[in-house]
Design a binder for this molecule. Structure first.
Ligand code: NDP
Length: 237
């Protein structure tokens, strides 16, 4: 599980641990991961930490292979690590475009590729990529982020087709606005405006995204694959 140190990722690992899964926490900050691990074990769950920068493809692949070999299996992969580098197209640098594509999209490709073999061996797997409604409808100032999130959808549908016969599903969860550090910098007035326009009249809590992930990764969700599950409070309906 990448991006497990806070926000949506933390909610996902806490939920999966509550559901009885042994979770492996990945992000850059060893200290934050240790705090999440301690919270999970205090609550009676099982968790291990593997600090890693997901933009380092070799390290990420190696980590996944090591986890699968240490535990003899790999059932679930959730690619959630993400960053934004916003700017209007005329001002967006190549570096800002590349950084977002590397962290948000290439890392998911690398992780899925590394996870495919152990999942095929176990004839079971649940791959989940955390997208965004921005990848579906776009968003001013986020050409890089929208491209990365839309890319995740195309890639995930392809993986569903390539791996479905091996018992492996692949899906995207596409949240709308979720209360995390990622949207902290947005002006409160803007968040209030967005909330007012949503059918549910509020932003999402990270746990509501984790609930969707719990479904698509469950043993019973073997027929749910190749989908983009939008969890946006009705934003795009
Ligand atoms: P946060 O900024 O709160 O968390 C981002 C997570 O990604 C952190 O755990 C961070 O850990 C990790 N991360 C970032 N870069 C790297 C890297 N190079 N290597 C490893 N880990 C990394 O964001 P959210 O929880 O809000 O977002 C989680 C996902 O949900 C993202 O993919 C985001 O695009 C998506 N999303 C969020 C929405 C929102 O409204 N919040 C809406 C739609 C989608 P660390 O810093 O320790 O490395």
């Amino acid at each position: 599980m990448t991006g497990a140190s806070r926000g949506i990722g933390r909610a996902i690992v806490e939920r999966l641990a509550d559901d009885g899964r042994l979770v492996v926490l990945v992000s850059r900050s060893a200290e934050s991961l240790e705090e999440v691990r301690a919270a999970i074990t205090d609550a009676g769950g099982a968790a291990e930490t593997r600090p890693c920068d997901v933009s380092d493809s070799e390290a990420l692949s190696g980590l996944i292979e090591e986890v699968a070999s240490t535990h003899g299996r790999l059932d679930i992969l959730v690619n959630n690590a993400g960053v934004t580098r916003d700017g209007l197209i005329l001002r967006m640098s190549d570096a800002d475009f590349d950084d977002v594509i590397t962290t948000n999209l290439r890392s998911a490709f690398v992780a899925c590729r590394a996870a495919a073999r152990p999942m095929m061996r176990g004839r079971f797997g649940r791959m989940v990529n955390i997208g965004s409604v921005t990848g579906i409808v776009g968003n001013s100032g986020q050409a890089n982020y929208a491209a990365a999130k839309a890319g995740l959808s195309g890639m995930t549908k392809t993986l569903a087709k390539e791996l479905g016969s091996k018992g492996i599903t692949a899906n995207v969860i596409a949240p709308g606005f979720v209360q995390t550090a990622m949207i902290e910098q947005l002006p409160q007035q803007m968040k209030d405006e967005v909330s007012k326009q949503l059918p549910v009249r509020r932003l999402a809590e990270p746990e509501e995204i984790a609930h969707a992930v719990a479904y698509v990764t469950s043993d019973g969700a073997g027929y749910y694959t190749g989908q983009v599950m939008v969890v946006d409070g009705g934003l795009t309906c």
